[in-house]
Write a protein that binds this ligand. Structure first.
Ligand code: EPU
Length: 429
């Protein structure tokens, strides 16, 4: 077990390269199961979720190579092997194996997904979609069993706007007979990215990025080469870090339109942001920052995945900010950790109320989930003294080369093995 140490207070300056999008990658990789020849995906991030998915594809018989961010998957010899336990439990996105394996094999057994604990995270809309396409779906001892004689296109209205359900139904529908229409679909850029890959594989799919997606099933899908989109949440995290501690930080490999909700809020606080084609520059470390209220919403609203790092930054604003998460009911475990660092904040229902201005102090803190980890890293960069962060397995699931990138910008940050006493303390906490 390791901890991440940050000696706070260093100004950040320079250019940081943004990696491929984690939440695209975890869907693009299962999508390769649907092809009948090798698929290449380039620009993948170096994160443990990708390693886990690679292992899972190999477990079902796929041949996978992964070098310098480029993954080649040969799905030809894959078989419909049940995956009720083991690595599927490590990540939430293993649910995409359901749609992809159902699409290709017309059957699948996949353990209920793991991932970050952010309150209840049902998958009823995914199941509603699979059933509408003709699958019989049962939950037996913690695994989802999916079986279909054949899949037939259907009109599916999502009762909840869900990224996962939208993508999963797309994966199952591209090889179904006839037309599928997904209404009230999610519109996240990652959905467009997956649709782009599927179209390059030969799928007939229209409307991704709007709330109605139309699919006409085809008989087979072939291999292709696909370049992943940049990670807008990683980019947003670096914008927030740049706002907190940056003299001038340039983000390279970004799509600025994917980040409009976050740049709007940072500008409202008083930060200067400039954008060009695929770069953004932020000038941070301002005085006299204004508090802002934030409500997380489905895309293009403010992303829930950036709510947590934002709460650290808001400790610098003069006055009270309210951050409300309408997507998850329990994504505020980081607030207690920030309070340990001296923040003046509290949780009321689905809102965090942050009263600034406070100077954070280094402390021993624990990341309870991926973006809570990102929040604590931002807080550590801002704090006086050393912050020691545990729970790194969460951060490593989703941030590619995080400390290398921050070190490149001038942060003092290093990993260290936990000693026996620290391991015991952690286990008892
Ligand atoms: N929901 C349902 N039923 C469903 C599906 C979702 O009630 O069948 C609810 C969820 O409980 C949640 C809301 O709908 O309250 C939105 O969930 P969604 O399905 O959109 O989320 P997801 O697909 O499970 C993805 C990202 C999350 C991100 C959300 C929202 C991946 C692998 N995960 O999750 O990313 O927070 O969309 O944008 O794409 C992260 O990166 O840290 C992360 C948690």
């Amino acid at each position: 077990m390791e901890k991440l140490n940050i000696a706070g207070g260093d100004p950040l300056r320079g250019t940081v390269h943004i990696s491929g999008a984690k939440n695209s990658a975890v869907a693009l990789i299962p999508a390769t199961i649907l092809a009948d020849s090798p698929v290449t995906i380039e620009g993948l991030p170096h994160i443990s979720d990708i390693d886990t998915l690679r292992d899972l594809l190999e477990e079902i018989g796929g041949k996978v190579t992964f070098e310098k961010g480029e993954m080649v998957v040969n799905p030809v010899s894959m078989i419909s092997m049940p995956l009720p336990n083991g690595k599927v439990k490590k990540l939430r996105a293993s649910y995409y194996l359901m749609g992809a394996m159902l699409g290709r094999f017309k059957q699948a057994v996949i353990g209920l997904p793991g991932g970050c604990h952010l309150g209840p995270r049902p998958i009823d809309q995914h199941i509603k979609g699979f059933e509408a396409l003709g699958a019989e779906v049962t939950n037996e001892q913690g695994a989802i069993y999916l079986r279909a004689e054949k899949l037939v296109g259907a009109r599916i209205y999502l009762d909840v706007v869900s990224v996962g359900a939208t993508i999963n139904i797309m994966l199952a529908a591209v090889l179904a007979e006839g037309k599928t229409v997904i209404e009230n679909a999610a519109k996240e850029p990652e959905i467009i990215d997956v649709a782009t890959l599927l179209a390059s594989m030969g799928a007939k799919i229209k409307g991704a990025g709007t709330d109605v997606i139309r699919i006409e099933g085809v008989e087979s899908l072939h291999g292709c080469k696909h370049s992943i989109i940049p990670d807008r949440i990683e980019a947003g995290t670096f914008l927030i870090a740049g706002a907190a501690m940056g003299d001038e930080v340039v983000l390279d490999n970004v799509i600025p339109t994917h980040l409009e909700s976050i740049t709007a809020k940072l500008r409202e606080m008083g930060f200067t942001i400039e954008t060009s084609n695929d770069q953004m520059l932020i000038v941070g470390r301002n005085e006299g920052l204004k508090p802002v209220d934030i409500k997380t919403l489905v895309y293009p609203g403010f992303p829930t995945d950036l709510q947590q790092p934002m709460t650290a930054l808001l400790t610098k604003a003069k006055g009270t900010s309210v951050v409300t998460d309408t997507i998850y009911s329990a994504r505020f475990k980081h607030i207690d950790e920030l309070r340990r660092m001296g923040a003046n904040m509290k949780v009321e229902g689905r809102s965090a109320i942050i009263t600034g201005q406070t100077q954070l102090q280094g402390a021993k803190v624990k990341a309870s989930d991926l973006r809570a980890g990102a929040c604590l890293v931002v807080a550590g960069l801002m704090a006086d003294g050393v912050t020691e962060i545990t729970g790194l397995e969460h951060i490593d699931r989703g941030y590619s080369l995080l400390e290398k990138k921050l070190e490149g910008l001038g942060a003092t940050i290093w990993r260290e093995k936990l000693n026996d006493q620290e391991i015991e303390e952690l286990q008892n906490s």
